[in-house]
Design a protein around this ligand. Structure first.
Ligand SMILES: Cc1ncc(COP(=O)(O)O)c(C=O)c1O
Length: 354
């Protein structure tokens, strides 16, 4: 194989993880979030895997919805967090793309267009990012329910802190949502992201919206049977001896305290392996953990294999995260979250589907 750094994507793990979503929220329909290139895993491949099993696919850009349709994926799509021209709205209406409505102006624009659409009125319950206020939601509902086209209306909100164990804001957000939703008992509702699916059963309604847990990452401390979908891999490019007192990599950020065996691996921040990762970040070679030493550079980083009892050779595979090395363990070392690791894998890293 010619690849130096690659991401193996195990599509069957998506189905396994979706089954875990259904176990957590057995009565809910599922909007599988595949925005941002399916969290870096590949929009079309993940879309094709999940379309027959998920009830709906969730994206955040019109171009993502268009790509899915152009690739023949006919599952219902929910497009969130956009501002669209009338022409784009018409495209959505004719391609079964439902739209999240987060401003009153959007509601009026859709109403004026006069084409029936599936719409999700998004209530801002405390994230203070996107969403209608309580008053605006009532107005938007009025505008759309009396519009000349018969729109299908639903209600949604998004949690700011569901990944924080028993954060009071989550309970407040559910209560605020219910106060408004109770006016519209016939509308379907959706609140829960992955963290809430796992840890806030009270938030499960007719629909849930898992993202990160589909990709095998658990944003809560509650144990879950999730399988990693992406395993980021590279190969050892060279093995060399470094004498005690010598340094490795840019700016000498690691100095050998003993005579050492150092392996250079063909992956770096140009591939999305974060430069922030410190000395001692674990990688896997032949099933054993070894520490990163020195700065991660653009194409290369180094590990200390002095303690290896096995022969390690040029060309051996290295796992940076994934099977055997959870991304949830690596992300905090770079001061970030698994979402950021996955979406940060750059386009020069081929995704190999199996
Ligand atoms: C509106 C909305 N719903 C659901 C999700 C899925 O969240 P998670 O990946 O935490 O499950 C996201 C992701 O950011 C989102 O923006």
């Amino acid at each position: 194989m010619e690849h130096t750094a690659w991401a193996e994507i195990k599509l069957s793990a998506l189905s396994h993880n979706l089954a875990q979503v259904r176990q957590c929220a057995p009565k809910a329909k599922v909007i599988s979030m595949i925005k941002a290139d399916a969290y870096g895993h590949g929009l079309v491949e993940v879309g094709k895997q999940l379309a027959p099993e998920a009830d709906m696919l969730g994206v955040a850009r019109l171009s993502e919805a268009q790509t899915l349709r152009n690739q023949g994926i006919s599952a219902p799509i929910l497009l969130m967090g956009t501002l669209l021209s009338d022409e784009a709205l018409r495209y959505c209406a004719t391609h079964r793309i439902a739209l999240a409505i987060h401003t009153l102006a959007q509601a009026r624009q859709v109403a004026a267009l006069g084409i029936p659409m599936e719409l999700w009125l998004k209530l801002d319950t405390g994230m203070n990012r996107l969403g209608l206020s309580e008053v605006e939601l009532h107005q938007a509902h009025q505008v759309l329910s009396t519009a000349k086209a018969a729109h299908s209306l639903n209600l949604m909100t998004h949690f700011s802190s569901a990944d924080e164990d028993s954060a009071p804001i989550t309970t407040e957000q559910i209560d605020r949502f219910d106060r408004v939703a109770n006016h519209y008992p016939n509308l379907s509702r959706s609140l829960a992201n992955s963290a809430a699916i796992i840890s806030a059963e009270r938030s499960h309604r007719e629909w849930v919206r898992p993202g990160i847990m589909l990709y095998g990452s658990n944003p809560t401390a509650i144990p879950m049977d999730l399988m990693p979908v992406m395993t980021l891999k590279s190969r050892i490019l060279a093995v060399k001896s470094v004498s005690a007192g010598e340094s490795v990599g840019y700016n000498g950020k690691w100095t050998a305290s003993r005579d050492s065996r150092i392996a250079a691996i063909g992956i770096g921040y140009g591939d999305g392996y974060p430069r922030q990762l410190p000395n001692s970040t674990p990688v896997l070679v032949n099933g054993h953990r070894f520490p990163v030493v020195g700065r991660i550079s653009m194409d290369i980083c180094s590990i200390d294999i002095t303690d290896s009892t096995l022969q390690i050779n040029e060309g051996d595979n290295v796992t940076l995260w994934g099977e055997g090395l959870p991304a949830d363990d690596i992300a905090p070392l770079a001061n970030t979250i698994s979402y950021h690791l996955f979406t940060g894998v750059t386009s020069r890293v081929p995704r190999l589907y199996r």
